[in-house]
Design a protein. Structure first.
Length: 345
């Protein structure tokens, strides 16, 4: 298999060889909006999903005719595209994130070939990674003047409250429960305490980004995005009606991903990464000597657990850092996988 860098170089050479054609002209004149925000902040409306930037991208598609590139595609399609699995392994096993973010730029440029407005959404947390994407966009023919950067922000307590209900619902759907004193408020406090312990890994502010607050979890989300981009909605649809238009897009995308075996493949990579880091991974399941039915139940719970973790923490480098798997996190994981319950003293 050709190297991932070679793949990008050949794609750029191919594009530049057609510089006088329609594709090259479209890319140069296209408006590209790069939207990023912290994971776990409301992918569609507050009753459904969990990453604000993807919801914003879908909204811009539905209401403003943007072509949306979901930045989680390379990871979530790793079982469908061999190169994407290679990218995931490089990022999580080797610490090489460049191929993944180069692919985000390539997918965006592909969209710009046939669309004059493109939005890339991703929970990119580090400026180094964001600037890499922007550099590759320009390298591939985009005009720097036509690239707009939007950084979404949300009140930490609002975000944590939404995560609690999301996690509890997903756990219940898979026959898992939270026991003891794990109340909504305690979950929120624990989430905020955890965030406070990792200031060095905080979601960085980009110096060129337009900051857009979406804490309202209502029509102000759309109003603030529109204001930042100078957009005007053609209709005065209520918030719920707009969400009803956006929701099927996200559901169809998720259905394809979940049917592809992404969660199982992703869990395997994370378990290997933890083992490689010297951790006794709670994601590993010892099958020898165990009842076959019990093993299948544990695998199902493990898959659900990873869905919850991805929903809560997203797929950003910070969220999936091995530093996040503390002894407490490992104990909770193990409890959920083996017994289907979280025991909280």
């Amino acid at each position: 298999m050709e190297s991932l860098k070679q793949r990008w170089d050949e794609w750029v050479i191919s594009l530049k060889s057609k510089k006088g054609g329609a594709s090259g002209c479209n890319i140069k004149s296209a408006q590209i909006v790069y939207v990023f925000g912290p994971p776990g902040t409301g992918k569609t409306h507050h009753l459904h999903r969990s990453t604000c930037q993807s919801f914003t991208g879908d909204y811009m598609t539905v209401m403003h005719d943007y072509h949306h590139v979901d930045g989680d595609i390379p990871l979530k399609h790793m079982t469908l595209v061999p190169e994407y699995k290679e990218m995931a392994e490089k990022m999580f096993l080797e610490g090489d994130w460049a191929p993944h973010f180069t692919e985000l730029a390539r997918l965006t440029l592909e969209g710009a070939k046939d669309n004059d407005k493109v939005v890339l959404s991703h929970a990119t947390d580090k400026n180094e990674m964001r600037d890499h994407v922007i550099k590759k966009l320009i390298e591939g023919g985009a005009s720097e003047d036509n690239i707009i950067i939007i950084q979404l922000t949300i009140d930490a307590r609002v975000k944590a409250r939404g995560l609690y209900h999301r996690t509890a619902r997903m756990a219940e759907q898979s026959g898992m429960t939270m026991t003891g004193e794990m109340t909504e408020e305690k979950y929120i406090d624990m989430t905020l305490e955890f965030e406070a312990t990792q200031p060095e890994d905080g979601f960085e502010v980009h110096p060129k980004a337009i900051m857009v607050d979406i804490s309202g979890r209502d029509v102000t989300h759309f109003d603030n995005v529109d204001k930042a981009l100078g957009l005007t909605r053609s209709t005065e649809l209520p918030y719920e009606s707009i969400c009803a238009k956006v929701k099927p897009i996200d559901e169809a995308r998720d259905k394809k991903v979940m049917e592809s075996g992404f969660i199982e493949a992703f869990t395997d990579i994370m378990a290997r990464a933890e083992a490689q880091n010297g951790q006794n991974s709670s994601l590993a399941i010892e099958e020898e000597g165990e009842d076959e039915k019990k093993v299948e139940e544990m695998k199902k719970r493990r898959s659900t657990l990873m869905k919850c973790e991805v929903s809560m923490r997203g797929l950003s480098s910070r969220s999936l850092s091995l530093k996040d798997t503390s002894e407490v996190v490992e104990a909770r994981r193990k409890s959920l996988i083996t017994t289907g319950k979280i025991f909280e003293e």
